[in-house]
Design a protein around this ligand. Structure first.
Ligand code: FPP
Ligand code: MG
Ligand code: MG
Length: 310
């Protein structure tokens, strides 16, 4: 990870001081480095775990993720990210969008070093990221199940890049094809669970823990699993919450009331149970690996998603 960190710093450099500052802003603000860590862990399943390509792939996924955060904060009108001002708040939407583009270009340049297959995978991942993010902004079709629509959004906007992280790790370390496939499927499920736990934390935690403003999804009307599960309730005690979920929650008082009711709602425990189930499902895919420290680490990685508090 120390090498990945050094490489990220080196790649996030523009021709001008201004671009470098904007592009390093969120890189330096923090972040869990969840995706590059998964690349390195998945690489431990192959003979070339320490290859330069593995480190390059780890940088590619973090840069792609970083790029998407600049754009996401514009779309979500988020003011805080990684405990710092978002780029749109610190500068403006134009700077945030173009800095995201800049980082995505850097990521693409680096992907080219990994060969044509990696470029194709990167392009397919980008397509899924964008389609997931676009689907999030449109209501499900009248005959579609809102929950299924939501899970497709989550798979696109988050499952995709985390699946690719695991796949890249296995591929560039020279792991067998069946391991690569199992790890890609594992990454997809862990990624979806990660996004849903993130959405739960958006409701449950305060900004000291998450580095973001709590209740941002609720304020912006972005559907999340706890909200969709609460919406299914026909309990009269939930009437006020359901009314609020249809109201304009940019109003501070209404937003605080909705957040309070949602935090206390059984849908939160149901959503947490869903995440735990997905983590189990992901761990079952690891049985293609021999027992030992690598499998244990990937097992623990899935558990962290189910139990994280930040
Ligand atoms: C965060 O979700 C957003 C994503 C995981 C994906 C965003 C994807 C794009 C903007 C399209 C791709 C763009 C580029 C340049 C690669 P969230 O808003 O639910 O999470 P948050 O709480 O961390 O904001
Ligand atoms: Mg967001
Ligand atoms: Mg978003």
């Amino acid at each position: 990870m120390a090498e990945v960190e050094r490489e990220l710093e080196r790649h996030v450099t523009g021709r001008t001081e201004y671009v470098t500052t904007a592009a390093r802003h969120l890189l330096h603000a923090g972040g869990k480095r969840f995706r590059p860590l998964l690349v390195l862990l998945a690489a431990e399943t192959g003979p070339d775990a320490a290859s330069d390509d593995v480190v390059t792939a780890a940088c590619v996924v973090e840069l792609t993720h970083l790029a998407s955060l600049y754009h996401d904060d514009v779309m979500d009108e988020a003011a805080l990210r990684r405990g710092a001002d978002s780029a749109n708040a610190r500068w403006d939407n134009h700077v945030a969008i173009l800095t995201g583009d800049f980082l995505f270009s850097k990521s693409s340049e680096l992907t080219a070093e990994l060969g044509a297959d990696a470029v194709r995978i990167q392009a397919q991942t980008f397509t899924r990221l964008v389609e997931g993010q676009i689907m999030e902004t449109v209501a499900p079709a009248a005959d579609a199940d809102p929950l299924e629509h939501h899970l497709a959004v989550v798979a696109g906007k988050t499952g995709s890049l985390i699946a690719t992280s695991a796949l890249y790790g296995a591929r560039f370390a020279g792991a067998p094809r069946e391991v690569e496939e199992a790890l890609a499927a594992y990454g997809e499920i862990v990624g979806c669970a990660f996004q849903i736990s993130d959405d739960i934390l958006d409701i449950a935690s305060d900004s000291d823990e998450s580095g973001k403003t709590p209740g941002t999804d609720l304020r912006e009307g972005v559907p999340t699993l706890p909200v969709l599960l609460a919406r299914r309730s026909s309990d009269p005690a939930d009437a006020r919450l359901l009314e609020l979920l249809d109201a304009d929650l940019t109003d501070d008082a209404l937003h605080a009331e909705a957040l309070g009711l949602l935090r206390a709602h059984p849908a939160m425990a149901e959503a947490r149970a869903y995440v735990v189930d997905r983590a189990h499902e992901a761990k079952a895919l690891l049985k293609v690996l021999p027992e030992g420290p690598v499998r244990e680490a990937l097992d623990a990685f899935a558990d962290v998603v189910a139990t994280r508090t930040a």
